[in-house]
Every structure is written in C-alpha cells, then in structure tokens.
Design a protein around this ligand. Structure first.
Ligand code: FAD
Length: 385
C-alpha cells in the first residue's frame, strides 16, 4: 500500500478541510446547544459531491475511491461529528447499499437524489428489543394485494437522520424462518402513510443530529421496493455495516485529530509553574498518547479503504478499525480534556463536546463487544453469537 496520497486525494482532502473549517466548525457548538445542525448543510454537502463519493457517476455520484471517502469523512468528523454522521448514514449505509444491491429502477429512482442531497436516507435496523442481536428483529412485512405489495408493522429505534430522511432502508421479517434468515430489506419512502417519526432528544453527544424512533402501522409498500432478494435482508444489512464501520472509524480519526489540535493549542497558551504547560513532561505524555492514537486509528482505517478498492475481503479489518478508532477517539478526547484542566469541563472549549460525540462511536454500528466477537470469530473460526 502506498501511503502517499495522490493529487486527487490531496485535493479532495483540502476541499473537505476548508469546507469543515469554514462551514461546520464555527457553528458546531451552537448546533450542539440547539440540538440541531442547520439543515442547509445537506445541500452544501451534496453540491461538493460529498454525498455521492464512490457512487458511479452514471447514477449521479461523484465516483472516487474509498480512501477519498475516508479523507472526507475524517475532515467532516474533525469539524462536527453530527455532520459527519449525516454523510456516513445517507451515503455510507444507504446510497452505497442501493448501488450495490439495487435494481436498475431503484438506482435510477434514489441515487441521483441521495447523491445531490435533494433526498436523505436513513438505515432502519435497530428496534427497541433488537440491538446487538439485530437478527431477532420483529418488524414484519406481510404480502398483500396478491403479492404486489407488502404491509409493514413494527418500530425502529435510534435511527440517525430519522426525522430528516426521505427514504428508509428498512429491515423487516418476511418469512417464518427464525433469526436472520427470514429478513428482507425495503426502500420505504419516509412520507408513506402509517409511518410516524419521533425525535430522540437529550442525547449525550451527536446532539446536532436528528435521531428518531420510527413507528410503522400498516405501511403499504410495493413489492418492487424490496432491495435485494427476499430473505437476504440480513446479508444486505451486514454488507452495509461492514463498509459503514470504516466510515465510523474515519469519523473517529477526525474526532481524535480535533482533540490533538485542541490540546496542542491550549497547552501552548496556558502557563503554570512559570512556563507553558506544553513544556511539562506529563502534559507532553497526554499529547503524545493522543498523537499515537490518531496515527494508529488512521492507518487501520486507510487499510480498510485500500482493501475495498482492491476488491479484497475487508470485514474483519473494518471491525478492527472501528473497534480501535472508536476507543481511541474516546481516549483522545479524554486526554485533550485533561490537558485543558478545569477549562476542559466547560463548553467554551471543544474537548467536552469531542468526548461526548466520541462516546457513541463505541456503541453504534456494533458495540465494541460485538466488534471483538466478530474479530474473535474470524481468528478462531468459532462463533460466540
Ligand atoms: P444492546 O444490544 O442491548 O447491548 C447492551 C450491552 O450488552 C452492550 O454493552 C453490548 O455490547 C452488550 N452485549 C450485547 N450482546 C452481547 C454479546 N453477545 N456479548 C457481549 N456483550 C453483549 N441503529 C440503526 O439501525 N440505524 C441507525 O441509524 C442508528 N443510529 C444510532 C444513533 C445513535 C445516537 C445511537 C445511540 C444508536 C444508533 N443505532 C442505530 C442503534 C445502535 O446500533 C445500537 O444502539 C447498538 O447496536 C446497540 O444495541 P442496543 O442499544 O440495543 O444495546
């Protein structure tokens, strides 16, 4: 693997960094307090092509490789994890999954709108009673109209972009087989009659992001809205999450990088015992630990992008990157807060928000425990699930 970025990759990273510095970071604290990012950010992300990275241009995407996608995701995460999450879900979990599994009609219907930011997608897997054990979900889609449609009933929990989305990539049980075998995936327009959405407020972090509970009561969808073959919804979901974890990892690198920059800047300006605290060895230790976490998390993330772009298996490496980077982001933000002393504990400085935003990364798209079970299964050949 060549760790030297190409000219295109360098340019897209600069574009994303300038955008995040200008259009995101200055507003992130206000959006956090208001519990909503400014929705106009979606169109700006679309205009720059950030919602269509890696999606073929013939479907309105901006093409590009997965390393470019990681670079952009990192920079957005460095600016505000809530904005990064909009892209990771609408592009990473939804549009890329439509591109991989969709019929020609589904690609033409959804991809141009998702890639431009005209429409947003959300990923409806988790339910109130089915989190880590997603295969136990109970939302049910029953055939009706002589097979021409399905009627869906159930509920989904913690759905990112939930109240903003135009389309839900929804996972529902269509067969009587137990566990993950009877699940199918559907593309459900969010304005479908019978689909209601309730925003989840009061989150510890990612407060600017619209997270929702979805309730489906007799929601009628045409049979043609099924994504992928009937009964293959679980592989659809797992393939989306395998790539999605790389995006979460890249976002974590962004958080850790922001923590590093905040810690270095504060340590240079704050004086104690007659000199800048940057000159105290134990403060340097905190900063060195953040720096190592940034580098290690970034390299693990880039490895996944490299494997995907070369068509190689990447799921275990993606779980590895997600596990390490999410824990590293929490550590890095905590260390940055420590460098700030008491000032790190108030929201005038960014460290507290970074820590709150980092914390969820060890929970969603599979908790750290679930990543360890995935890695353990790959190494031992024995499933602990
Ligand atoms: P549980 O599964 O109940 O886990 C509770 C604890 O038990 C955890 O520590 C877990 O690691 C542990 N545990 C469970 N099983 C095992 C096991 N076999 N071995 C060891 N430990 C175990 N979901 C979506 O579908 N779409 C989204 O867009 C989305 N966005 C989210 C946004 C936010 C802000 C949050 C908080 C969650 C989001 N989620 C989303 C849901 C997220 O993926 C789940 O919360 C996560 O998978 C964990 O499920 P759970 O919360 O039900 O916890």
């Amino acid at each position: 693997m060549n760790l030297e970025l190409s000219e295109e990759q360098t340019a897209v990273r600069r574009l994303a960094r300038d955008f995040a510095d200008r259009e995101i970071a200055p507003y992130a604290a206000d959006w956090d307090r208001a519990e909503s990012v400014d929705r106009s950010i979606v169109k700006k992300l679309g205009d720059l092509g950030f919602l269509g990275l890696t999606v073929p241009e013939e479907y309105g995407g901006s093409g590009g490789d997965h390393l470019s996608y990681c670079l952009v995701t990192e920079e957005l995460g460095r600016g505000d994890s809530s904005v990064r999450g909009i892209v990771s879900v609408s592009l990473g979990l939804v549009a890329k999954t439509v591109a991989a599994w969709g019929s020609e009609e589904q690609k033409r219907e959804w991809l141009p709108r998702l890639c431009s930011g005209e429409a947003l997608g959300c990923f409806g897997l988790t339910e109130p009673g089915a989190g880590s054990d997603a295969g136990s979900l109970t939302t049910r889609a029953v055939r009706s109209d002589g097979g021409g449609a399905y009627v869906v009933n159930g509920s989904k929990m913690f759905i990112t972009n939930g109240t903003w989305a135009d389309v839900v990539l929804l996972f529902a049980r269509t067969g009587d087989e137990p566990g993950h075998r009877g699940i199918s995936a559907f593309l459900v327009p969010a304005d479908s009659p019978g689909l209601t959405r309730r925003e989840v407020r009061g989150k510890l972090g990612l407060r600017g992001q619209a997270t929702a509970e979805l309730v489906l009561e007799d929601v009628r969808v045409p049979a043609s809205s099924m994504l992928g073959p009937e009964g293959k919804g679980f592989p659809v979901a797992m393939s989306a999450l395998a790539k999605g974890r790389m995006s979460v990892a890249a976002g974590c690198v962004g958080i850790a990088q922001a923590a590093l920059e905040a810690a270095v800047s504060y340590a240079a300006g704050r004086e104690q015992f007659g000199k800048p605290i940057a000159g105290h060895q134990l403060v340097q230790e905190l900063i060195a630990d953040i720096s190592v976490d940034v580098d290690a998390a970034r390299l693990l993330t880039w490895r996944v992008a490299d494997l995907i772009d070369r068509g190689r298996p990447f799921a275990t490496e993606s779980a590895t990157a997600k596990l390490f980077a999410s824990e590293a982001a929490v550590r890095a933000a905590g260390n940055a807060l420590q460098v700030h002393g008491g000032y790190g504990y108030v929201d005038e400085y960014p460290a507290g928000k970074l820590l709150r935003d980092a914390r969820v990364m060890t929970l969603y798209e599979g908790t750290s425990q679930i990543q360890k079970l995935l890695i353990g299964r790959a190494r031992t050949g024995v499933s602990a699930f």
